[in-house]
Design a protein around this ligand. Structure first.
Ligand code: HEC
Length: 157
């Protein structure tokens, strides 16, 4: 193999690799910026909805009535103790208004990152309690009770 062939095949292999790697978004920890280790995810969450979310970072459940209802009951079990039954805030901040400690929460990707990876103090990684599909359902319910300004709702764009 001469040098030119080696270079050409290396470039080709690299571009093929990046094409497949680019198919999915990269999820990052809200505080650390490091890539989230998805191997911690609970079983059963890699549903078609989650695969779709991983393509562009948009939650397909936002418009799904059944998923939103299921999300509400999951929220009551796992989040309401700290964030309040109407997400009005308690130990943790309110989640229905448009003030966010982490502004990225205005996108579905940013919201998922805080859920999966956790943030400060009592806000631990939620992969302990919920699989990724369940997290999308909880997120969809939170979006459905949003009381903030419509123009701040980046997830709708
Ligand atoms: C043990 C208490 C506790 C539980 C359970 C908990 N949280 Fe939190 N959460 C907190 C605290 C405290 C913060 C503030 C952390 C920070 O500012 O870094 C927080 C922060 C957040 C934020 C960031 C809010 C912002 O303004 O940027 C979101 C979103 C969130 N929680 C969603 C959830 C959801 C959804 C669940 C359930 C799956 C959940 N949390 C479960 C305590 C909790």
């Amino acid at each position: 193999m001469n040098f030119k062939i080696i270079v050409t095949s290396t470039v080709l292999a690299a571009s093929l690799f990046s094409a497949s790697a680019q198919a999915d978004i990269t999820l990052r920890h809200a505080l650390l910026g490091t890539a989230l280790d998805m191997s911690f995810a609970k079983k059963g969450g890699n549903t078609p909805a989650f695969k779709e979310f991983m393509k562009e970072g948009k939650n397909p459940y936002n418009t799904d009535k059944e998923a939103i209802e299921h999300g509400e009951s999951l929220y009551m079990t796992g989040c309401s103790g700290c964030h309040g039954h109407e997400a009005e805030g308690k130990i943790g901040p309110g989640l229905a208004d448009d003030y966010w400690t982490y502004p990225a929460i205005a996108t579905d990707k940013g919201l998922f990152e805080v859920l999966f990876g956790g943030a400060n103090g009592m806000m631990g990684p939620q992969y302990v309690n919920f699989n990724t599909d369940e997290m999308l359902k909880i997120m969809a319910w939170l979006r459905s009770i949003y009381t903030g300004k419509p123009k701040k709702a980046k997830w709708l764009k």
